[in-house]
Write a protein that binds this ligand. Structure first.
Ligand code: DP6
Length: 320
C-alpha cells in the first residue's frame, strides 16, 4: 500500500481569500490560477498497519508540525480506520513562505493516498478532498490555467486553457525565505471578521473571474495583467484593513513592484501578483522573461529568483 505522486504549486491570478464554511474549508469565492512546472512537491505515502506510528519527513528531516494536517488529509482519503502512514515529502522550493507549498503538498498527498489505499477517485472527488485540506490545493490537481468554482455544496476545478496553449512564464522573486508570520487560514478569518472591505471583495469576484476568463480565452495579455494586478491589490487591501492588520510585504517587495512598473513602461509584457508572503511573482510573455528575470535579480533584497513555465496537474509517478 504505497504510492508516490508529484504536484506543482499554482499561483492564483484571481485570488481565493476568505472561507464560506470554515469547518469544511469551503472558499468564499472562486479563483483562477496557473500551475507551475519547474517547482514541485513529491509525496510518497506508505500505508501499513505494522508501522509503530504515523510519521512524516520533509526533504529527509522529520517534521511533526505538518503531520497532523497531512494525517487528517489522509484520513479523509483512506478513511479514519486506515492503517498507520509513513509520508516522505520532497520539495525544491521554500515551504510556508507564501509560495503555495501547501497547494502542491496536499494535491500530491491526496492523489498518492488515494492510490495507496486502492481507491480510484474522480477529479470532482479528488478536488473536494484536496480542497478540504487546503483551498488552493484543489487547483494543483489540474494543469495550465485552472478555474476553481464554488458549487452549492463543494468546489469543482477544471483546466480552462492547457499549459501549451498559452505558454506564459512565471518568475518568482524571493525576498524572504523564512516561514510567514501569519498563516493564511488565520489571516483569512481575521479579514472576514474585521475588514470593512471584505464584503465588497466577495461581491466583485464574479466580475473579476469573468474578465480573467475572457482574457485567457482571447490570449489578451493586457486584459489579464490589468485584472490580475487589480484583484491582487484588492486582496492585499482586505488584508491591510483587517484588525490586527495583515501585512506580508517588505521593502524589497515594493522594489519588485516598481521594477515591474518600469518594465511595463518600457513596453514589456509582464505583470505582478503576490500571495500570503513577501515574494513577488511576475507573469510574463515568454519573449520578455529573460529581461524581467535580469531586472528582478538586480534588486536589493531579492535573495533568489526562480523561473517557471506552466505545467500539468498532480499525477502518480514511480518512486525515485
Ligand atoms: C493568498 O489555500 O493556503 O495564496 O485553504 O486555509 O489552506 P487554506 O488557504 P490557502 O490560501 C491561499 C491564499 C492565497 C491566494 C490563492 O492561492 O488563491
Amino acid at each position: 500500500m504505497r504510492a508516490t505522486a508529484i504536484a506543482q504549486p499554482n499561483i492564483a491570478l484571481i485570488k481565493y481569500w476568505g472561507k464560506r464554511d470554515v469547518a469544511r474549508n469551503l472558499p468564499a469565492v472562486g479563483s483562477i490560477s496557473v500551475t507551475l512546472r519547474e517547482l514541485y512537491t513529491e509525496m510518497r505515502v506508505h500505508l501499513d498497519a505494522e508501522l509503530p506510528a504515523d510519521s512524516l519527513t520533509v526533504n529527509g528531516k522529520e517534521n511533526s508540525a505538518m503531520l497532523w494536517r497531512l494525517g487528517a488529509c489522509i484520513d479523509r482519503v483512506a478513511g479514519e480506520t486506515r492503517p498507520r502512514v509513513d509520508i516522505a515529502s520532497r520539495t525544491n522550493f521554500p515551504i510556508a513562505a507564501g509560495l503555495a507549498s501547501s497547494a502542491s503538498a496536499f494535491a500530491a498527498a491526496t492523489v498518492a493516498a488515494a492510490a495507496a489505499a486502492g481507491r480510484s477517485l474522480s477529479l470532482p472527488k479528488l478536488a473536494s478532498l484536496a480542497g478540504r485540506a487546503s483551498g488552493s490545493a484543489a487547483r494543483s490537481l489540474c494543469g495550465g490555467f485552472v478555474e476553481l468554482t464554488n458549487t452549492p455544496d463543494d468546489v469543482s476545478v477544471r483546466t480552462i486553457a492547457a499549459a501549451g496553449e498559452w505558454p506564459l512564464q512565471v518568475i518568482v522573486a524571493i525576498t524572504e525565505a523564512g516561514p510567514k508570520a501569519v498563516g493564511s487560514t488565520a489571516a483569512m478569518e481575521a479579514s472576514r471578521k474585521t475588514s470593512p472591505f471584505y464584503s465588497s471583495w466577495v461581491e466583485q469576484q464574479a466580475h473579476d473571474l469573468d474578465i480573467a476568463r475572457q482574457a485567457i480565452d482571447a490570449r489578451d495579455f493586457e486584459q489579464l495583467a490589468a485584472i490580475a494586478e487589480h484583484n491582487c491589490l484588492k486582496m492585499h487591501s482586505v488584508m491591510w484593513t483587517s484588525r490586527p492588520p495583515v501585512v506580508y510585504w517588505n521593502s524589497a517587495t515594493m522594489r519588485c513592484l516598481q521594477a515591474v512598473r518600469d518594465l511595463q513602461a518600457a513596453g514589456l509584457g509582464v505583470f505582478f501578483t503576490m500571495d500570503a508572503g513577501p515574494q513577488v511573482k511576475v507573469v510574463c510573455l515568454p519573449e520578455h522573461a529573460k529581461a524581467a528575470q535580469a531586472s528582478l535579480v538586480a534588486i536589493d533584497g531579492v535573495t533568489e529568483v526562480m523561473v517557471s513555465t506552466l505545467g500539468e496537474g498532480a499525477r502518480l509517478v514511480e518512486p525515485k
